[in-house]
Design a protein around this ligand. Structure first.
Ligand code: DGP
Length: 113
């Protein structure tokens, strides 16, 4: 997608702190961290959110999350983490390319919002 900032990062047109990459996903450091560790899991395929997600894209995303569960030590998340995906206006989604926030590296609060 031409004007998508995450597509530009995935394509290497905009720099980002890249933490992990494979054929399905890129994991980067969030530019505005909300926790000691704040990463973003970006599926390489562009779609805005779960409403736009195809069955095949859902399977890919599930594979990415499963892979993430095997990378916790490497990412410094062995004590636990939180996954968040904001959607739409009420969810305060600001980038229209589905992404999963990965938060951890410290004790997080027990409230979601
Ligand atoms: P959301 O509000 O859920 O759509 O989250 C978007 C996140 O993306 C937000 O936490 C800030 C982050 N972000 C926005 N632009 C950039 C960027 O250019 N580089 C990086 N690394 N993160 C970005």
């Amino acid at each position: 997608m031409e004007n998508c900032i995450f597509c530009k990062i995935i394509n290497g047109d905009i720099p980002a702190q890249r933490v992990y990459e494979d054929d399905d996903m890129l994991i980067i450091k969030d530019v505005n961290p909300q926790a000691e560790i704040h990463l973003l899991l970006l599926p390489k395929e562009h779609y805005a959110d779960i409403e736009e997600m195809s069955d095949e894209q859902a399977q890919t995303l599930a594979r990415c999350i499963k892979k993430l569960s095997g990378m916790t030590k490497q990412l410094g998340l062995e004590e636990g983490f939180r996954l968040v995906s904001n959607k739409g206006k009420h969810g305060c989604q600001s980038v229209g390319h589905l992404h999963i926030h990965i938060l951890g590296g410290e004790q997080l609060g027990d409230r979601m919002a």
